[in-house]
Design a protein around this ligand. Structure first.
Ligand SMILES: O=C(O)C1=C[C@@H](OP(=O)(O)O)[C@@H](O)[C@H](O)C1
Ligand SMILES: C=C(OP(=O)(O)O)C(=O)O
Length: 425
């Protein structure tokens, strides 16, 4: 296994440009593919999760041309008509590819098998399949009930009233909303349970609007979408920088600044994870907010106690910032960390204890008390890009750390360690 030794970093300073948002990139690619018209997508993320969406679209006959650096894509829309692929669609561990494709393909004529990495087969999808089956979709589990892989016989879906459980992942509702305009009639979706990760629904509704489809959101309880629509290409669309990826540089500057300019997200960001910057202000970071960039400096850091349900990805970064804050940090209402790339609550607790922190791992929370001294250790990353990136904060805090399998950042940020090194002193 590859290992990366990060030497102690005494200061970070300079400027970084964020890669495009994963959440926006995969939503935009799928809607561009389903559209009438050709869409030029700028600042597309080049990472594993996006590659899986691109190869699935190619297998279904969608023409996509990529610039040499793979950040500009020209997508020739198929106006809702996809080909039956010859092989199963392999979607890695990309939730933003697997879940939306499940709903959309169930409403598109053709036969499809959706497969993924072993971990994908442990990530639930039953709430989405239940809702689609209630609408008449023909979706079959190929191994275990409620989990991928799936076989889908696409067919006309009539729409109507449907309930969906929103308590495990917002991606199920995102998927249903993205498919709903393809249904013959109108759809009204009612949420069962408390909807998690709400800001991702705003991203979905925002992107759908850019492709000409309105969603009526009644207080995150019911959502209405008109049927019988074809997405309309906006012709040119720009992917904002990735706000979850920004979290590592915000944290690094707060711990070891220097001054770091982070280009690509700012006060106008459409991504909920920009909320991490507000949390870091509470922790003690000094942040200047611009329209499309943040400038972050170090501060006196103190532990906070937050409900992180709205920012599940960026909140992981707070767990390693906690190592360098005064007093304990609590991150609450994050049960669904357990069903992501790995069981992130268990993995974070284990690795934080290895560096010396005192950790309480609850069913849906984690409390971290910083250690007196940081142990030199290697960090297991569980094929989870965010664990690898989060634990680079140990080096940023002035302590050598060894990251096992650093290549796992390829899921969303293949150049992460080079970018961190470019601002490290
Ligand atoms: O819709 C999206 O783009 C995402 C939603 C979130 O998942 P959950 O809704 O499962 O929390 C987030 O963790 C994931 O990285 C991306
Ligand atoms: C949870 C994540 O990914 P996915 O889109 O596969 O759910 C993530 O990127 O942290």
């Amino acid at each position: 296994m590859e290992q990366l030794t990060l030497k102690p970093i005494t200061k970070v300073s300079g400027s970084v440009t964020l890669p495009g948002s994963k959440s926006l990139s995969n939503r935009i690619l799928l809607l561009a593919a389903l559209s009438e018209g050709t869409t030029q997508v700028h600042n597309l993320l080049d990472s594993d999760d996006i590659r899986h969406m691109l190869s699935a679209l190619a297998q279904m006959g969608v023409e996509v041309t990529l610039s040499e650096d793979k950040t500009v894509a020209t997508v020739r829309g198929c106006a809702g008509k996809l080909n039956t692929p010859n092989e199963p669609l392999f979607l890695g561990n990309a939730g933003t590819a697997y879940r939306p494709l499940t709903a959309v393909l169930a409403a598109t004529s053709g036969h499809f098998e959706l497969v993924g990495e072993p971990r994908m087969e442990e990530r639930p999808i039953g709430h989405l399949v239940d809702a689609m089956q209630a609408l008449g979709a023909d979706i079959e589990y190929l191994k275990n009930k409620d989990y991928p892989p799936l076989r889908i016989a696409g067919k006309a879906i009539h729409g109507g009233e449907v309930e969906i459980d929103g308590s495990i992942s917002s991606q199920f509702l995102t998927a249903l909303l993205m498919a709903a305009p393809l249904f013959a009639g109108d759809t009204k979706v009612t949420i069962k349970g408390e909807l998690v990760s709400k800001p991702y629904i705003d991203i979905t509704i925002g992107v759908m609007a850019q492709f000409g489809v309105d969603v009526i959101n009644d207080n995150y309880q019911t959502f209405s979408v008109k049927g019988g629509q074809v997405y309309q290409s906006p012709q040119r669309i720009m992917v904002e920088g990735d706000a979850s990826s920004a979290s590592y540089f915000i944290a690094a500057a707060a711990i070891a600044g220097g001054e770091v300019e982070i280009n690509g997200v700012g006060k106008n960001s459409v991504q909920g994870d920009i909320g991490f910057a507000r949390v870091m202000e509470q922790v003690g970071a000094q942040i200047d907010w611009h329209d499309e960039k943040l400038v972050v400096r170090k501060g006196e850091l103190k532990g906070v106690d937050i409900d992180a349900n709205a920012i599940p990805d960026a909140a992981m970064t707070l767990a390693t910032v906690a190592l360098f804050a005064k007093g304990p940090t609590a991150i609450r209402n994050i049960y669904n960390w357990r069903v992501k790339e790995t069981d992130r609550l268990a993995a974070m607790a284990t690795e934080l204890r290895k560096v010396g922190a005192e950790v309480v791992e609850g069913e849906d929370f984690i409390e971290i008390t910083p250690p007196q001294t940081i142990n030199l250790t290697d960090i297991d990353t569980y094929n989870d890009h965010r664990i690898a990136m989060c634990f680079s904060m140990v080096a940023v805090g002035g302590h050598e750390v060894i990251i096992n399998d650093p290549g796992c950042t390829a899921k969303t940020f293949p150049t992460y360690f080079d970018t961190l090194s470019s601002i490290s002193v």
